[in-house]
Design a protein. Structure first.
Lengths: 197, 250
């Protein structure tokens, strides 16, 4: 395979990019000034070289420990467990959480060959061993696999009776209209309803 | 045919993200066997698919057949039931995943109403079985799927010469597809089943028979036997869910 084909193949491997889009991207790059491509190549090389999982939470960082884990104003007693680093960004954007994270790096999925050993359960274990943790929020996805992962984590946490374990509530989208909500979501919303008085 | 969606009961056997916001789902359908379909926009927060396309969800699929490929378009999926109970117990989750994997790999894209109804029922049984019965319910579900595919073992007589078999221990030939009488068992590789193992296997295979009680060790041995059977008669492609179910401790 020549270099052009190799690049198209590599682009086509990215999520959300098909072969046709990959071709379009590569031909677009070819029309750009040469420096643009060099900048892109250098950026990718830099990430490959310098970015690695945070030793404490598992999210990508250039340092040994990421900004969030190092921030002394963050509550070390509150740990939010998510599947992917992208979920950290989403929770951070909400501004509603001031604790720390554990990024599992996936979810239990036998069909994809992903068992507990493939997840960073060890990071959660290390946080718990520190002794400061009061509550663990299980923020895995509400897919069947995400729920099974939460079940597994509950088993892990059973050995720490002093730690509160909670699960993100599932329910109505804010600003959404009731008539467009599907039955499963509505069932969850009913189960997790809040008492007003 | 294209232009009009086909409506069929279906179970989601698996899905993968596709492009920005879509999913490709593998469906066991009642009228068309196992099919792949693209659910466009399924990942968008207000997608009409909502939470319906979960692993092993059950519903009515509206499939727009593709004229040019095996990838149809899933226009809508009217949810009938999700099986969230499978996620609250990892043994149920592992067994149901293995069942979905075997169905995905080996059920052909043709109607098999009995197989579909059986599969649907078995997913429910795995979800609802008492905890100590999950292992046997799962083993029977797997064997039933294999039997519906026409590849179950012959255990009522010698598979080679149809001679009736005396009670007691028996030889099982994976390659020939069933029990062998003493005369036939002399040649070729067989697995020896003691009287209890034989009775347990026969009980697992017979839907009308009472489920056997199996210890951890016996259940593990039956799972290994079943996996070897699948490799021999269905195919030995990589099946991570089947392998992790078979290697489970309980
Ligand atoms: Zn960190
Ligand atoms: Zn014989």
């Amino acid at each position: 395979m020549n270099v052009l084909e190799t690049l198209i193949t590599e682009f086509a491997r990215l999520p959300g990019v098909g072969r046709k889009t990959a071709q379009r991207l590569v031909y677009h790059l070819l029309q750009q000034p040469r420096e643009r491509m060099e900048t892109l190549a250098a950026a990718i090389a830099g990430v490959a070289e310098r970015v690695h999982p945070c030793a404490e939470c598992g999210q990508p960082t250039e340092d040994a420990v990421c900004d969030i884990c190092r921030d002394p104003r963050r509550d070390a007693g509150l740990v939010c467990v998510v599947e992917e680093p992208s979920a950290v960004a989403v929770v951070e954007r909400s501004g509603a959480f001031r604790g720390r994270y554990v990024v599992l790096g996936g979810r239990l999925s036998p069909l994809d060959g992903i068992g507990p050993d493939a997840l960073r359960i060890d990071l959660l274990g290390r946080r718990l061993a520190g002794g400061d943790v009061r509550e663990v929020i299980l923020a895995t996805n509400s897919s069947l696999e995400g729920e099974a992962t939460a079940t597994y984590l509950q088993q892990v946490l059973a050995g720490h009776p002093g730690v509160r374990v909670s699960r993100l509530a599932r329910g109505l989208p804010v600003g959404g209209e009731l008539e467009y909500v599907d039955g499963v979501t509505l069932t969850h919303a009913l189960t997790a309803r809040e008492e007003l008085r | 045919m294209a232009g009009t969606p086909l409506l069929t009961p279906a179970i989601v056997l698996g899905s993968l993200r596709y492009a920005e916001s879509s999913r490709i789902v593998r469906l066991a359908t009642r009228e068309y066997g196992v099919q792949s379909a693209i659910a466009k926009g399924a990942l968008r927060p207000r997608s009409r698919f909502g939470a319906a396309l979960q692993l092993l969800s059950e519903g009515h699929a509206h499939l727009l057949p593709s004229r040019s490929s095996d990838l149809h378009t899933l226009v809508a999926f009217d949810l009938v039931a999700t099986h969230s109970g499978l996620a609250r117990n990892l043994e149920r989750f592992g067994a149901a995943s293995a069942l979905a994997e075997v169905a995905t790999r080996f059920v052909p894209p043709v109607a098999n109403l009995a197989l579909y109804d059986q599969l649907r029922h078995d997913v429910e049984l795995i979800e609802l079985a008492p905890p100590d019965a999950i292992r046997v319910v799962a083993l029977r579900a797997m064997w039933r799927l294999i039997i519906e595919l026409g590849l179950g073992p012959t255990v009522s007589r010698c598979v080679r010469d149809a001679v009736s078999l005396p009670a007691g221990a028996v030889a099982l030939s994976l390659r020939e597809g069933g029990f062998l009488c003493a005369a036939c068992a002399g040649l070729g590789a067989t697995t020896r089943l003691g009287p209890q193992d034989r009775a347990d296997l026969v009980a697992l295979l017979g839907s009308h028979l009472e489920l056997p009680l199996l210890t951890d060790r016996q259940a593990a041995a039956h799972r290994r036997l079943l996996v070897r059977w699948i490799w021999e008669h269905l195919g030995d492609t990589s099946m991570p869910a089947l392998e992790s179910w078979s290697a489970a401790r309980s």
